[in-house]
Design a protein. Structure first.
Length: 268
């Protein structure tokens, strides 16, 4: 059986070996310290800016006005872009307010021209809007205006539309969508007349409201499904039929559109 002295000698050798290993490891670590990997820096791409529409949000600003002695009452929603300071956004907001104000002023002028009557009712004006275009820098809005003039047999509905190129900071006209050397109104008119003629709305006798006259196509919008034309009450059908809309698929306009215009992405 090994003696106690033998165990002490063996233990001393073991401790010496451990000390040697620890010392060697410490030397290696000191000579080659371990480096933590440095995260790669996130560098934004140069020369590329996010589309402006991604930086803003469309909100509604209420507008209310009432005439003396309750002759009229105006309620409206004004579209407002918020979220960023930019001259193009300011231009959009100014145009929206001017559009609403113009419609309200026309209504007030109609009220002012009404004959005085002891039993006159309060004339009313209510404007709402919808953003009908898909997400993007083209903002196409449709304003629906419900009016009632004192003494009228029934209320009326009129439409106004605005399409705005936010990236360029300007309002679009219908002609801006098409090549400069093409007659775009004639094929648009032909499509609308064919579509309206297939509806049970009493279109016969109202064809003049859909002919290729710029005034007939003043209300238009860019939607996900195509170019939408709005015809007001009495324009292409009797009052009972209400306003009419016709959506022309983009594929039917492909040969007419401006190659770098607002409709180009829809036909590529």
């Amino acid at each position: 059986m090994p003696s106690a002295r033998t165990f002490r000698i063996a233990g001393a050798f073991v401790l010496a070996g451990v000390f040697f290993v620890v010392t060697a490891c410490a030397s290696l670590l000191a000579a080659s310290p371990r480096q933590m990997p440095t995260p790669a820096a996130s560098v934004p791409p140069t020369g590329i800016s996010a589309p402006l529409f991604q930086s803003v949000k469309l909100q509604s600003s209420p507008l209310e006005e009432q005439g003396q002695a309750s002759a009229y009452k105006i309620t409206a929603e004004v579209p407002v872009l918020v979220g960023k300071q930019d001259a193009r956004i300011n231009a959009f907001n100014a145009l929206m307010l001017a559009t609403v104000r113009s419609a309200a002023d026309n209504f007030k002028q109609q009220v002012a021209n009404l004959p005085a009557a002891p039993d006159a009712q309060t004339s009313t004006f209510d404007l709402r809007y919808n953003l009908v275009s898909p997400p993007g820098n083209i903002l196409s809005l449709k304003f629906d205006i419900q009016t009632f003039l004192s003494g009228a047999a029934h209320p009326g509905t009129i439409s106004r539309t605005v399409s705005f190129d936010l990236q360029e900071g300007r309002q679009l006209s219908l002609a801006d969508l098409f090549a400069s050397d093409v007659d775009f109104l004639t094929p648009i008119s032909e499509y609308c007349i064919a579509e309206l003629g297939n509806r049970d709305i009493g279109f016969e006798g109202f064809e003049l409201g859909a002919t290729a006259d710029p005034g007939n196509y003043r209300n238009w919008n860019i939607t996900s499904d195509g170019l939408m034309i709005t015809f007001d009450e009495y324009q292409v059908a009797p009052y009972a039929a209400g306003p009419q809309t016709v959506v022309i698929p983009f594929r039917d306009l492909a040969q007419l559109i401006r190659p770098d215009g607002a409709l180009a992405p829809y036909v590529q």
